[in-house]
Ligand binder design. Structure first.
Ligand code: PGA
Length: 246
């Protein structure tokens, strides 16, 4: 196993939230990060409509820009879809693939997620591949097995620590205010780390991360940052999470 700790990544996933007026939050966030720099990489993934104005707002500051999904083809007759190449062209460096909301709402299989991750790599983007069990699977003691399958089927051969981030997001913890215990997170992240066999992969935790629990969650072994939904929408909340790295 290759060792050497990766630089943590804290990523905000705005989901289907945000209008032009909310770019004020990004202005505010840039100012806060300028005042007190955290020792982690930062990423915001707005909806498609805000990628271009947000790229302008961010300018050459260190906060990276990402998208929440991509199609696996480069271009063509795919109404409503956006390719990884288009995202790179618009200034994205990252794209989330296989978020549980896409797996559930759009019936996305791990095979499709793998194709999307491959497309991200083809376009020079870092793919954030999401995995995580639903509550019934955890209760049945199947969480590891579920995550194992998702990893096996969602990670393309092109995946390496430089172009791929794993986000472990137990579905029952997303948007619920509930989180697994630090012990459960440590166990799952340790398990994922073993599977990846490379200590340089970043393994993010996601699901109800907020300012009040971020320091505890980010201190867990093999947690290399966070994927944050609700608490990434307001600069003051997101900035509170960054305190875990100040
Ligand atoms: P949450 O969402 O922080 O609102 O729980 C996390 C996610 O879905 O990435």
């Amino acid at each position: 196993m290759t060792t050497s700790k990766p630089v943590p990544l804290v990523a905000g996933n705005w989901k289907m939230n945000g209008l032009y007026a909310d770019l004020d939050q990004i202005k505010d966030l840039v100012a806060r990060v300028d005042r007190a720099r955290p020792s982690c990489e930062l990423l915001i993934c707005p909806p498609f409509t805000l990628i271009t104005p947000m790229a302008e707002e961010l300018g050459d500051c260190e906060i990276a820009l990402g998208a929440q999904d991509c199609h696996f083809k480069i271009a063509g007759a795919h109404t409503g879809d956006v390719s990884a190449e288009m995202l790179a062209d618009a200034g994205c460096r990252f794209v989330i693939v296989g978020h549980s909301e896409r797996r559930a709402d759009h019936n996305e299989s791990s095979r499709l997620v793998r194709a999307k991750a491959e497309a991200a790599h083809r376009a020079g983007l870092v793919a954030i591949i999401c995995v995580g069990e639903i509550e019934a699977e955890r209760d049945a003691g199947e969480a590891w097995e579920v995550v194992d399958h998702q990893l096996t089927d969602s990670l393309p051969d092109t995946a390496g620590a430089g172009n791929t981030v794993i986000a472990y997001e137990p579905v029952w913890a997303i948007g619920t205010g509930r989180t697994p215990t630090p012990d459960d997170i440590q166990e799952m992240h340790g398990h994922i780390r073993q599977r990846l066999a490379d200590a340089r992969f970043r393994i993010l935790y996601g699901g109800s991360v907020k300012a009040t629990n971020a320091a505890d969650l980010m201190a867990v072994d093999n947690v290399d940052g966070a994927l944050v939904g609700g608490a990434s929408l307001k600069a003051i909340d997101f900035d509170g999470i960054l305190d875990a790295y100040r």
